[in-house]
Write a protein that binds this ligand. Structure first.
Ligand code: FCB
Length: 390
């Protein structure tokens, strides 16, 4: 049976600057890749050289039939020192917007995707006295190149930023790094919420874009009797970041897997043969859980799927995962939830934050020649996009 998606549904793929551009010398991830190399953290280096090769990346997406491309601006390039803005880098990102539009791809622009200029960290990061003002100032400058852009994400996965920076904070305080069970640091989370709330009206006024942010949805499920713990975890992990989206133009849902919460907290993924290259449970149904939970919290705010995908070497598995996830998404749409589009993570096999082995891409990249090779899943998703149906 053919099942259709709503009219004008966006079909695309997503990337983030640091994961594809290469040589982002001036951000905290580049710095971490050096200090943590002995702990197995890999180096982003040239990444995929998408800083120069983005026209080819976008062309492949457009030729396949996709209609949207989500990418991010790199703050550390745009503002290499505090208050010193690079017009050339801003022009670079404007060219990306124009290239996407010229190819018939609706640009979905993220202003902050995990990386910070090194100087921002030196000023205390998100707990620095001036953090919100500094972010706002960057956003003001970013707005100068956003004319005509319809979709802007302020901050990608603030809940994950609050986990990662919470860990840094613990280590700085002499506490242990938590390999299991780390929670988002609520104080850092509050600073991110304040930054989002400061930036969103400004972007709306300057550009007329729909403004929102994206949350890493965990699709948690309570084990019997663990409802109280579940509510607590759900709030710390997700809901405090979803609640501000009630005032936004959209909320970005990002979903990969699902996990149980028992009376002790989040249950680690059981070791299973079909766990993905991230070690996550194979759960295409997570997207449906994530969308429904998001809708329960945000109410009428429209939803955009800003990330969903699977790290696998088996491209057939990528297609089956995605097909099944889209089925669950359609079930939620049929139940009346307002979903505006689906952006697959990721367009390209890229730098997965310290690791190169988890391949999420619809396109493989040879990292010595930078040659792109589209996988069958790209053509498959393009077909879904053209048909607007599964
Ligand atoms: C999300 C990130 C994205 C990518 C995927 C796998 O948490 O936003 O950059 O790493 O996970």
């Amino acid at each position: 049976m053919t099942r259709y998606f709503p009219a004008r549904f966006l079909w695309g793929a997503a990337t983030a600057a640091h994961q594809v551009e290469g040589n982002n010398l001036n951000n905290d991830w580049w710095q971490l890749e050096h200090v943590a190399a002995d702990y197995g953290v890999e180096f982003s280096g040239d990444a995929l050289d998408s800083y120069h090769r983005y026209p080819e990346d976008m062309q492949l997406a457009a030729d396949a039939g996709l209609t949207a491309y989500r990418f991010s601006l790199e703050w550390s390039r745009i503002e290499p020192s505090p208050g010193k803005f690079s017009l050339a880098e801003l022009a670079h990102y404007r060219r990306m917007i124009d290239t996407a539009t010229g190819l018939g791809l609706t640009p979905v622009v993220t202003l902050h995707h995990f990386t910070h200029p090194i100087w921002f960290g030196e000023l205390g990061g998100w707990l620095g006295q001036d953090a919100v003002r500094l972010f706002r100032r960057y956003v003001e400058h970013a707005c100068t190149i956003l004319a005509g852009v319809e979709w802007v994400c302020t901050i990608n996965e603030p809940n994950i930023v609050a986990v990662n920076h919470g860990q840094q904070r613990r280590v700085a305080q002499g506490l242990e790094y938590q390999f299991v069970g780390a929670l988002p640091d609520a104080e850092i989370g509050q600073a991110l919420i304040a930054a989002h709330r400061a930036a969103a009206p400004l972007i709306r006024a300057a550009t007329g874009a729909k403004v929102g942010w994206t949350v890493a949805n965990q699709a948690y499920v309570p084990s019997p009797g663990a409802e109280a713990k579940f509510d607590e975890i759900q709030h710390i992990w997700e809901d405090m970041y979803l609640e501000p989206a009630r005032d936004d133009d959209f909320i970005g849902v990002q979903s990969y897997t699902s996990q149980l919460v028992d009376e002790n907290g989040v249950v680690p993924h059981p070791e299973q043969a079909d766990n993905t290259l991230m070690g996550w449970a194979y759960r295409p149904d997570a997207l449906g859980i994530a969308v429904r939970h998001t809708h329960d919290v945000v109410g009428a705010t429209p939803i955009l799927i800003t990330e969903n995908g699977i790290a696998t070497t088996d491209d057939c598995q990528r297609i089956s995962y995605t097909a099944e996830a889209l089925g669950h998404l359609l079930d939620a749409i049929d139940d009346g939830i307002d979903v505006r589009g689906y952006l697959h993570w990721s367009l390209l096999d890229n730098f997965e934050w310290g690791r190169w082995d988890p391949t999420f891409g619809l396109i493989a990249v040879d990292r010595t020649t930078f040659e792109r090779r589209a996988k069958p899943s790209l053509a498959w998703l393009g077909q879904v996009a053209r048909a607007n149906a599964i």
